[in-house]
Design a protein around this ligand. Sequence first.
Ligand SMILES: [Zn+2]
Ligand SMILES: [Zn+2]
Length: 360
Amino acid sequence: MKKLLSFLFLLGLTFNLSAQIRTDLRLPELNGYKVLKCDFHIHTVFSDGLVWPTVRVDEAYREGLDVIAISDHIEYRPHKDDIKASFNRSYDIAEKYAKGKGVTVIKGSEITRSMPPGHSNALFLSNCDSLDTPNYMDAFRAAKKQKAFIFWNHPGWDAQQPDTTLWWKEHSELFDGGYMHGIEVVNGNDYSPEAHQWCLDKKLTMLGNTDIHAPIQADYDFAKGEHRPMTLVFVRDNSVQGIREALENRRTVVYFQDKIVGEEGYVKELFENSIEILSVDKSEKNVRIVLRNKTDLPFKLKKTAHDINLVYFREYEIKPHGTHAINIKLNNGVKSGNVNFEVTNLLVKPNIGMQYNYPL
Ligand SMILES: [Zn+2]
Ligand SMILES: [Zn+2]
């Protein structure tokens, strides 16, 4: 009996040590594509982060992420006297550990310069060491030579742009020269409306990442339902090449703090795929629409200009996986019209939500 108990104890211990629960994120779908949940900006002890690379893989697994990029700083390595290694090493450790876990690790580096041009991440590198150069343009050239996907990080970071988020002439040089393919519209919990507009104007890929340095639970309170910011990438296949193809073709939106930021076409499709209309009951003087939200994302609706003969509430929140009824009173014999809303947590322009019109 004693033996059996100790065997069961050991079994339990082994199980607890190895088993981790993966969160199944139920996010909106885009027709014809698979949605990958990605964080392309992550630090480890190999630069100024506080955790070993394998921990980043476990964190990503638990939170239901599909892809992470290890993007340690090239120019800033405060632990270098304790950890002496090539710039490729943090990726190598994470990639080896991630095998078979359903988390893809992308090799990257953060080119870490003063403003301008500030910080940029280069992804899909073959050799991070060649970015270690005194002149920043040489680092960008080395990244481009390796066909990296390069994006400008945290353009609104107040340590580098204290008053206004500016686009400098150096950014035009990088953009014109093919050294900038995207911008972080969200970094941590900071949303940059300027970056959102620049991405729309210049047809750059929108990214949202953690830039995590501490253990993830130090920055996000999962017990309160918080989630890390992430880039949702719409891929044809989930290979590294498939991820790159989607990033190059700007098939992304950003998911942060229960909001989506992106281009209107994608955002609208995501919304329409998230809401199922369960019933529409029409009578002489009323219409009752019952909706179901199929996702983990709430939708916040705010009434916009409409026919005053249609009377409905100003604000609605369609909670994750919840059903919700919208009652519309038809006054003065009106039989049809548009029920108009702004979905305030789906940002399609800087700080502006998507317009949605439902015809009765
Ligand atoms: Zn940075
Ligand atoms: Zn960083």
